[in-house]
Write a protein that binds this ligand. Structure first.
Ligand SMILES: *Cc1c(COP(=O)(O)O)cnc(C)c1O
Length: 399
């Protein structure tokens, strides 16, 4: 029950809608039903034995495989141009499964310094207990990666663009560097989504997602996914996922299948809004700077154009009066919601220095570019004029 190769020549907006249907459908249904069962009956003892021995396809138990979950796995794997997807309970479950599968006592990881906060803590505090060591560097400069690699480095783990600083890493070169050192490359592709960036095409060995964000897109459920192209890697990760048990529930898979079908439409709209807001903010008297890969003055604007199919809908900007100015903006927006998370149809605003990245020591935070004045915006699909008016009235309260 791998992916549906007949669909692989279709374009992304079509794949998002059509890949991962049941074939054949049970009753001619147009959307995938929820198979909300824990277990599946066998027609005979012999058939049960053949399924356990993997001689016959067929379902056994939902921790191992479920039709609704399979449909989502096929869909996201196709969007990533991968061969196999493994759905997980959350994005963190996808990331921890990759670490559990690829690392052992004595292994070393090199990761992007401005990693998703919980991923960094997972490596530094939890995997360290099992004898895994990690080094965090600014991978937007690949010399930092080259210097950090050691003979015991098993895995390079990259996020691009980074959260919240919007720095990019050149994935094709990073994959070459990792492979020359005998390490694998895994990429957290949550920020860009497979609609805009496909790391496996650029040489990565594994992609992970928090489906909670763009792929589901409605801020109403959690979920995660691992996508790989290599069969051996898939079998290793699948074994580990089934044993450690952080799998996805069928109802969750069904909700996310509903969301992913509009991923391209939502992102087209959101990134069009983001581009216009970036321009608007750049000219606002109370904004000191704007960081968006689609602006010509972004230090990696050219790399973004090469590596991504669009500039995304995340941006950050600095406000006058630092921390105080940031608080005024957050406390005065009326339409835009003050909340962490990202990638939903509604616009969300947050202040990393006091919220998502507050646990990072100040000095390290500032070295990573997470300044007190930095405000992060996940741009949604609302009417652009309403977004501009809301930001304008909130920014104007800074005196
Ligand atoms: C949200 C997020 C995660 C974690 O995902 P959960 O679904 O919350 O477990 C991991 N990486 C990135 C980049 C994220 O934005």
């Amino acid at each position: 029950m791998g992916n549906d190769n007949r669909r692989s020549s279709l374009r992304k907006a079509t794949q998002a809608i059509h890949t991962g249907q049941l074939s054949p459908p049970v009753y001619g249904e147009v959307s995938v039903p929820i198979f909300q069962n824990a277990t599946f009956s066998f027609p005979s003892a012999e058939e049960g034995a053949a399924r356990f021995a993997e001689e016959h396809p067929g379902f056994i138990y939902t921790r191992m495989e479920n039709p609704t979950v399979n449909a989502l796995q096929d869909n996201v794997a196709a969007l990533e141009n991968g061969a196999y997807g493994l759905a997980t309970a959350t994005g963190m479950a996808a990331i921890s499964t990759v670490f559990q599968a690829l690392l052992e006592n004595g292994a070393h990881v090199v990761a992007t310094d401005a990693l998703y906060g919980s991923t960094r803590v997972l490596l530094e505090n939890e995997f360290a207990r099992f004898g895994v060591s990690s080094t965090f560097v600014d991978t937007s400069n690949l010399d930092n990666l080259r210097k950090a690699l050691r003979p015991d480095t098993r895995l390079v783990f990259i996020e691009t663009p980074t959260n919240p600083t919007m720095r990019l890493t050149d994935l094709r070169t990073a994959a070459d560097v990792a492979h020359q050192h005998g390490a694998l490359l895994a990429v957290d592709n949550t920020f860009a989504s497979p609609y805009l960036q496909r790391p496996l095409d650029l040489g990565a060995d594994a992609v992970v997602h928090s489906l909670t964000k763009y792929i589901n897109g409605h801020s109403d459920t959690l979920g995660g996914m691992i996508v790989v192209a290599d069969n051996q890697l898939y079998l290793t990760m699948r074994r580990v996922l089934r044993l450690f048990g952080a799998v996805m529930d069928p109802h969750q898979a069904w909700l996310i299948l509903r969301g992913v079908r509009t991923l391209p439409v939502r992102l087209d709209k959101a990134q069009q809004n983001a581009k216009q807001l970036a321009e608007f903010l750049r000219h606002h008297r109370n904004v000191t700077w704007v960081r968006y890969p689609g602006l010509a003055d972004h230090p990696q604007h050219e790399l973004a154009g090469k590596q991504m199919d669009g500039f995304g809908a995340m941006l950050c900007f600095g406000v006058r009066n630092g921390l105080e100015g940031g608080k005024i903006v957050l406390n005065n927006v009326q339409l835009i919601t003050l909340a962490v998370s990202l990638g939903g149809v509604e616009s969300l605003i947050e202040h990393p220095a006091s919220m998502t990245h507050a646990s990072v020591p100040r000095q390290e935070r500032e070295r990573a570019g997470i300044l007190d004045e930095l405000v992060r915006l996940s741009v949604g699909c609302e009417d652009i004029e309403d977004l501009k008016e809301d930001l304008d009235q909130a920014l104007s309260k800074i005196t």
